[in-house]
Every structure is written in C-alpha cells, then in structure tokens.
Design a protein around this ligand. Structure first.
Ligand code: WT7
Length: 649
C-alpha cells in the first residue's frame, strides 16, 4: 500500500519541517534575537559576511577579540584578524567553569562491548597530561604530530592536546596500511607518532602498531612513538623510541598551559585524495574552523544541552575531526563514540547503541544506510529508537530509496533528514538544510547562511536546471588555508578555473527554487563507500607491483557502495595473467594503501586506451566497462585497445 510518503516522493514534493521543531530550534531563536523573520531573509542578510560571522564568533571565547572579521586576498583568506584564540580552550578548558564540568563528553563503546564514560573534567585532565608529556618529549608550537589511532578515546585526547599547545596534528585513518601511513607522516614531517597496540574489528584483531613499526622503517623525522594499550596484545617496543602512553602520562601534572594562538595558526593537516597519486595535505586553522564547525553543528543539527549526539563516522576523516571532536565539545554536548564495525556481532548493533544511550541526533552516510537496508527492516524494528529527533547524511548523494528507508525505518517518519554537503577542504557543512528548511529528498537544499554557491558552465555562466560545476562564490571561515608545502597545487586545483571562485570538483544542478542536486565528482576521484580515493593512487599502487606494467582504474556504479573499484591491468612480458595474480594484486593494494582501496575486480588486458601524449583515458574505459558508447576514440594513440577492454569486461 502506498503511504503518504511514497506519494509525496513520487510527486517530488517538498517536506515541510515539523512546526514544533522549527519553533524550538536554535536557528529560530537566533533569528528572533536578530529580528529575522524568515529562512529567505536569513539567507539574504547573512550574505553580509562581516556582520554575520562577527555575530557568530562572539559565541566562543577569545583571549583577545579580533579587529577585522575577514581579509580576503584570493585565494588566501584570513579570518578574525588580530584575535587570540585556542580551539581546545573552547572545547575543553572553558567547561571547567560551568556545570558542563561533570557532564559526560563521550560515551565510548568498544567493539567487544566495554564502555567508558568520560566527563569533561576527565577529558581536561587527560588532555593536560598528554600535552605535558608531549612537551617533555620536546614538542613545540608548530611541530607536527602524527596520530594513527582507531576509534578510542585517546584519539580525541591526542588531537586536543596538540591543539592546546599549538602543535599541528596529522591524523591518519587507522584503516590505512603501511605505505599510506608512511607517505603521510613523511609529507607532514611528523616528529612524534601516537599509536596503539591493536584494535578490534569484526571480532578480529587489527595490528595497528605493527603497521606503524613498518612505516617508521622509512620515516626519518619521527623521533618517538607513544603507544596506547588498547587490547593488551603482545607488541614489540623499540628501546629508546617507543613509550607507553600510560607510563609517560601517569606522572604528568593535570594542569597544562593553553597557548594563546593567532586564529590563523594551523590546527591540523588532513590528507585527502586528489587526482594525482600524491595525497593533498589539507590545512586548517584554529579560529575560523572553530567558529564555523561550532555554528553549523549548533544550527543544522540543532544540538541542545540534553541531546545525545552520535556521528557514526571515523575520526580519521574530516567528518570526525569536525563533528565528533571539535564542534560537539565546543557545544558541550554528550557524544557517543563507537570503536567497531557497524553490523557486529549482529546487524542491529547501531540501533542497539541508539536505544541504549538514548541518542537523539544521528548522522551517517548513504553507504551505511544502503548496507543496513540490505540487511533487512527487521533489525531496526527490534530496537526502540523513539529518542531520535533529527537524522543526518553525508559523503555522497543520497538516493531516494535510501532516503525513504532511513526516514521510515530509523526516523519513524518523525525525523527530518539533514543532507549535509561538504568536503575535507571546506571543514564545515556548506550546502545543507537547517531544521527550518523545507526538504526535497536527494537534495542537500541550499547554501547555509554565510555561504554562497552556484553551478557554472565551463565559461563561468550561472546555470539553472542544467548540469555543471558546483562552485562556492565567497570565502567561509572553515575553508582550507592551503595544501601543505604546495601552494601551486592549491591555486591550480581550487582557484585555477574561475578567478577568486572555489571549484569544488563536484558536478551538480541547481533547480528553479535554488536547491542543489550534487551528482558526484567531476574529476578522477572515486567515492567508494563514502571514502575518497584517487584513481591514480590505486594505479600507482598496482604498478609498484613487480609483475605489473600498466594499470587503469575506474569506478563502476555499485548498489551499496556507490562505486566499486575496477582495475584494468597490463602485465609485464612473460607473466601469467591468472586468478592467482588477481588475488595477489588485490592483496598488494590493501597492503600498500589500505583495505578501502582494494579493487573489487581486476581484468587483464594487453593494452589500455591512451592519448598520443600517453594519458590514460579513464573516461573511455569507464564508458566501455559500464556498457555505454565511448564517444570519439579517433584521437587515441591505440584505438584498438578499446576493443580489448570490451572483450575483457
Ligand atoms: C566529497 C567530499 C565531507 C565529509 C565526508 C566526505 C561528496 C559529501 C555530500 C552530500 C552529495 C556529497 C562530494 C564531495 N559529498 N557530502 N551531502 N551529497 N555528495 O569528505 O572525503 O572530502 O569528500 O564527498 O563529492 O566533493 P571528502
């Protein structure tokens, strides 16, 4: 039987937000305070960036106020010029003066079911102990600290300790393996690496320190390794280099100095995939990043004092940096943090967590929703999730089927879905509804207040109801400040196409109501299960194998993961291209980059289509592989290779 919901969707109608939610929302309160009567008026008024961000930034605590909100010399922006600030002061220290002191900051659950509740006061002490320990190891303001940790409380503690002392953290997702970790800590020039013995995943053990040890065999800048005991497993400690976290922090004072920083001082480097094999070290700073992440979380997910927030991402990605660590702590809310796999030991593990801890606002990715959808409606039905009031989605476009399933089965047709569009580079949500925004399922709706976006054709004309490049027209406080040690790549990647306008790299459409429909990446970047991986990163890993001459990697549409990884491989002469080699190559990529980059399919071909200058034509390969017409192939150096791709697939 068709429900009202199905009918609404078919007619592409708008979902108006529930009245009660709107009236009580944080954004509505703020609008009332500023005499703003409607959503449209809010969007318009907030285009006065100096006024809007000045008002917002006042909600945080500054050691010294700024004298100027924005200095914009494209492509470089400085926000809150002249101020003095520290994000950890706002996320942790300031709560010691309020009732938040004894509030739980993190309800942490390990995969085996162990639980740790950490109050703001405990967080404060742990952060201080580690900051003192880092200082004792010679870490100074501006030094880079590598962090390679799974989802355990020591991960946010380590980040906050670095930020407190003005050191720059570079977190590497614990799913990366040796080479992925090594490249990143070498590019960052990390002085210290913080890691742990092992972690749990799907009932098994992941050897974190073993990867770290191998990575450090060729990472000359790293002097010391601090090791958290998570599983208690037997790991080798290298004398003179390795120190147990427990031992070095135990004897430290529980008070530590908070550096009064320039708002433009770096807070972290986070690597993300680009179109070349080399990942980009995205730079973020203390001040603007704090203001925008804090404010977007407060207004989009409407967090109040008694909410329990769960962002089910990994802190190894920007989603976790911004919305598991910094923003929720600045807001003083209670967050859930979960270590393990989503459907372990049973498919209702997540729903059990929501029930157990009374989660009220929940944020995840379309990939996870689709995976749960496949496991069946009976799993969420087992659990009482009546505490939920808002849901969120991020990482990829959310397809209508997944939207409806999420809305019905998790939100019980009661919770609006905030589809937040943003990137590692943007630091904070950019295009997203607020709780007062009428929703159109599948659209991230409109740019948030203080942001402005458009869809451009190749010449920079604004398009309505036609596909083009999604661009951001004005600077925003949490925008990236550059690519570490590579200003040229920063300029070319983001600001080279349209002057002073930020190119997101996404394709999309803006409809007649100004709603954005982001379709996916325009460049050679894959989105596999919400993870961003460069085609060329996987190709480099493949050709680093002794038996491979050439490789071309494409993404093929996949029902659950969005895209699956397909690699066309040309073997070196005299090599048997067989099943055993396919397996070997998949393992090789897992070892080089991490499981997230493991090809789903490997196909052997005698050649791959290339231009006369030798550039592999992935677009043509992809078209053939998914059964589309490849278009003009006359400019290829080897058009016959197209036939070979057809035969292989
Ligand atoms: C890319 C950024 C930002 C957190 C997670 C990913 C895609 C992100 C949406 C959305 C459609 C989305 C874009 C973007 N993306 N959110 N709501 N709707 N697409 O961060 O790894 O830097 O990836 O994710 O393609 O460019 P990231």
């Amino acid at each position: 039987m068709a429900t009202t919901l199905d009918v609404l969707l078919k007619e592409q109608r708008v979902f108006n937000p529930p009245k009660g939610l709107v009236e009580k929302s944080n954004i509505k309160q703020w609008m009332d305070k500023h005499g703003i009567g409607s959503y449209e008026e809010l969007l318009e008024k907030s285009q006065d960036l100096d006024w809007y961000w000045d008002e917002v930034a006042k909600e945080l605590e500054w050691f010294r106020p700024w004298s100027k909100v924005l200095e914009w010399a494209p492509p470089y922006a400085k926000w809150f010029v002249g101020g003095k600030f520290n994000i950890t002061y706002n996320a942790v220290d300031r709560h010691m003066k309020t009732k938040n002191k004894d509030k739980i900051a993190y309800i942490w659950e390990g995969e085996p079911g162990d639980v740790r509740n950490i109050t703001y006061a405990q967080l404060y002490e742990e952060v201080n102990r580690l900051a003192n320990a880092l200082k004792s190891l010679g870490v100074k303001r501006g030094d880079r600290v590598g962090i390679y940790l799974p989802m355990i409380p020591e991960l946010p503690i380590a980040m906050l300790a670095c930020a407190k002392m003005g050191a720059v953290h570079s977190v590497v997702f614990s799913g990366f393996s040796v080479k992925g970790l090594q490249d990143r800590i070498n590019d960052a020039g990390a002085k210290i690496l913080i890691t742990c013995d092992e972690t749990y995943r799907r009932g098994g053990i992941v050897p974190i320190k073993k990867n770290a040890d191998e990575a450090l065999e060729n990472a000359p800048t790293v002097e010391k390794m601090i090791v958290v005991r998570r599983t208690g497993g037997n790991v080798a400690m290298k004398p003179g280099r390795d120190i147990w976290w427990g031992e070095i922090t135990k004897t430290q004072p529980t008070e530590a100095k908070t550096e009064e920083l320039d708002p433009e001082d770096l807070i972290y480097i986070l690597y993300t995939s680009g179109t070349t094999g080399k990942p980009k070290g995205i730079l973020h700073v203390h001040g603007g990043y704090a203001v925008a992440t804090y404010w977007t979380l407060k207004t989009v997910f409407d967090l109040k004092d008694d909410d329990v927030w769960w962002c089910a991402a990994d802190i190894g990605w920007v989603t976790g940096h911004s919305y598991i660590v910094y923003a929720p702590l600045m807001l003083g809310v209670t967050s859930v943090m979960y270590e393990g796999a989503p459907a372990f030991p049973e498919p209702d593990r997540w729903w059990e967590i929501i029930e157990k801890y009374n989660v009220s606002v929940f944020y995840t990715s379309p990939t996870s929703i689709r995976a749960h959808m496949r496991m069946g409606d009976e799993w969420p039905k087992k659990r009482n999730m009546s505490t939920l009031r808002l849901l969120g989605s991020v990482g990829e476009p959310i397809n209508p089927e997944a939207w409806v399933w999420y809305y019905k089965n998790i939100g019980a047709e009661r919770c609006p879905i905030m589809d937040t569009w943003w990137q590692t580079e943007t630091g904070s949500f950019c295009i997203s509804p607020l709780p007062i925004t009428p929703l159109k399922p599948g659209s991230a709706t409109k740019p948030l207040p203080g942001y402005s976006a458009d869809v451009f054709d190749d010449r920079g004309n604004s398009l309505t109801n036609a596909g083009g490049s999604v661009v951001l027209l004005s600077p925003w406080p949490a925008m990236l400040r550059g690519i570490y040690k590579d200003p040229e790549r920063y300029q070319n990647t983001y600001w080279g196409k349209y002057p002073a306008i930020y190119l997101t790299g996404d394709m999309g459409r803006k409809d007649e109501d100004g709603y954005f429909w982001v379709q996916g990446r325009a460049d050679d970047i894959l989105k596999v299960a919400g993870h961003r991986i460069g085609n060329s990163e996987i190709e480099s890993a493949l050709v680093s194998h002794a038996k491979v001459a050439e490789a071309a990697v494409i993404g093929k549409p996949h029902e659950v993961k969005g895209e699956s990884i397909v690699a066309f491989v040309v073997t070196k002469q005299g090599i048997a291209a067989d099943e055993a080699l396919k397996k070997e190559l998949k393992e090789h990529v897992s070892r080089e980059i991490g499981k997230i980059a493991r090809p789903d399919e490997i196909l052997f071909v005698p050649d791959v289509p290339k231009t006369r200058s030798g550039k592999i034509m992935r677009r043509i390969i992809k078209a053939v592989a998914i059964g589309e017409v490849p278009g003009d192939i006359s400019t290829l150096a080897n058009p016959e290779a197209v036939e070979e791709i057809k035969r292989a697939k």
